[in-house]
Design a protein around this ligand. Structure first.
Ligand SMILES: [Zn+2]
Length: 317
């Protein structure tokens, strides 16, 4: 039957499916015939209309009925089934428990394979926004956990010297949970942009108490910022009050008006504008914890604003 319609080999379909999952951020909805993804993959293989419409008839003798199914759809489903058996993707019945959506999702093993097939260096894995089943489990536990009343943004048991598989998964889970909570936007300037291939996001998940100082990898110790504002927050150009107002370092007054300007946009001073409010995540439980913000004010912001007697001018180049 497969020869007659010259359908692509199942192995090729499996590999194409892994690549498509990778391009789609790690997950695709369960496919039924005629769905977008089914047609897109048919396009990729250059299937003719006849091939797309070829029907496979299955006779169920015991029930005395004949079931017609599209051959291409069946081939796709079989490929996904094989990938699931090989632990490369999670089944929609498994994924739905994590995301509430019936999706095929890459596992870590499947993600590694998809990266190899897409010629993406393994070194990029940590910075890719592609989901995996294991990372999604971390995200689920982060977004569903309840903050203890005595929350401490510093994790005194945290080990930061050794990157283990577990800490790498936790780091990626933190990034995904935080950036999604902020709708992939910078919390102070609202910038929302990603690369044309959708594989690199401008928005970053910032630790309020930094990772190197044992800051927790959870939503209450995180904020999404663009690269510029992430840096400006980390070095103490601004901080956030416990009621999320933006406060600028008085140091800015020591520099000329041209300092910190990108054309007409003044990337630090613009934050002092009355109309600039921090973009807060929903639900409200995902907002930064006041103890983490207090830590930032006391340990980063206050220290950076106490420097007196600045001599010389910043490098002109
Ligand atoms: Zn920004």
């Amino acid at each position: 039957m497969l020869q007659q319609f010259k359908m692509p080999a199942r192995k090729e379909v499996e590999q194409a499916l892994l690549r498509v999952l990778f391009q789609r951020g790690g997950a695709i909805t369960e496919f039924g015939s005629g769905e977008e993804i089914v047609n897109e993959m048919a396009d990729e293989f250059g299937l003719t209309l006849d091939q797309r419409k070829a029907v496979l008839q299955t006779t169920y003798r015991a029930e005395n009925r004949v079931k017609n199914s599209l051959l291409w759809h069946r081939l796709l489903f079989r490929a996904a089934d094989v990938l699931a058996n090989a632990d490369m993707v999670s089944r929609p019945t498994q994924t739905v428990r994590l995301t509430k959506r019936k999706e095929w999702m890459l596992t870590e093993k499947g993600l590694d394979a998809a990266m190899r097939l897409s010629n993406i260096s393994p070194a990029r894995k940590e910075s890719l926004p592609v989901k995996s089943f294991e990372v999604q489990k971390v995200v689920k536990s982060l977004v569903e956990s309840t903050k203890p009343p005595d929350y401490d943004p510093v994790d005194r048991n945290k080990r930061v010297t050794q990157v283990t598989t577990e800490s790498a998964l936790r780091g990626r889970g933190f990034r995904q949970a935080v950036t999604e909570a902020y709708d992939l936007k910078c919390a102070v300037c609202g910038l929302k942009i990603w690369s044309p291939d959708y594989l690199s996001w401008e928005v970053q998940a910032a630790h309020i108490v930094p990772n190197r100082l044992l800051g927790r990898d959870d939503i209450w110790n995180g904020i999404a910022f663009c690269h510029l504002h992430h840096w400006a927050f980390d070095v103490g150009w601004f901080t956030l009050s416990e009621d999320f107002r933006i406060e600028l370092s008085p140091q800015i007054g020591n520099f000329p008006a041209s300092f910190g300007k990108v054309q007409n946009y003044d990337f630090i001073r613009a934050l002092a504008d009355e109309s600039t409010k921090m973009f807060l995540p929903t639900p409200a439980e995902f907002r930064p914890d006041y103890r983490a913000l207090r830590w930032h004010r006391d340990n980063i912001f206050s220290k950076s604003t106490n420097i007196k007697n600045i001599t010389g001018t910043p490098c002109q180049r």
